[in-house]
Design a protein around this ligand. Structure first.
Ligand code: GLN
Length: 186
């Protein structure tokens, strides 16, 4: 199985490493031809305005929408997948998942934090989660399954073959979120 990581900007190398540790072939995706060869795609964190602009410029955004493969967006990737974005809306986004997300909702970079998160589907052992200038998911549509919450806010959400997290599992040694996504791609 081959899974891609959108390789425009952001934490690309960390996602590639996590996928490799899950035992799949991990490939950076920069163009529509490479996209055709992967069974799933991770959209990494970074700066959603920048990634959005380049997705449009390279024509890769439309290719991703048409590919109909499982997608996993972390942080900025989650913002780009949302159907509704609040607070400094990027000029281009993929507009795919039935959620509303508010950018930079925890404050500036120095308000970033790491916390042990309860994720019921993964059992008792908590998941270490880095929130880096993270967005907040403020609404989820009917077809969405909330897999984890931080206080009242959904932070890991699935809708069919789309998965988003507002935190960064690729910055830890815990592979459970990546393994979960790999299973979605089978
Ligand atoms: N603050 C970034 C944005 O709004 C997201 C941060 C991240 O991906 N860690 O695009």
């Amino acid at each position: 199985m081959r899974i891609g990581v959108l390789s425009i900007q952001g934490s690309v190398a960390e996602h590639l490493a996590a996928l490799s540790k899950c035992g799949v072939e991990a490939v950076p995706v920069k163009d529509a031809d490479t996209l055709k060869k992967v069974q799933g795609l991770i959209l990494p964190g970074g700066e959603s305005t920048t990634i959005g602009k380049l997705l449009k410029r390279f024509g890769l955004g439309d290719a991703i929408k048409k590919a109909k493969i499982p997608l996993y967006g972390t942080c900025a990737g989650a913002i780009l997948m949302a159907q509704e974005i609040l607070n400094d809306v990027p000029e281009y986004s993929l507009d795919m998942m039935d959620i509303t997300i508010c950018r930079n909702a925890y404050g500036a970079q120095q308000e970033s934090f790491v916390i042990d998160l309860e994720v019921p589907i993964f059992g008792k052992k908590k998941v270490p989660a880095y929130f880096i200038r993270a967005p907040k998911i403020v609404r989820v549509g009917k077809g969405c399954e909330v897999l984890a919450k931080l206080k009242k806010d959904p932070v890991l959400v699935r809708q069919g073959n789309l998965l988003v997290s507002t935190f960064h599992p690729e910055l830890t040694e815990d592979l459970r979120v990546h393994r979960y996504f790999v299973e979605m791609c089978r």
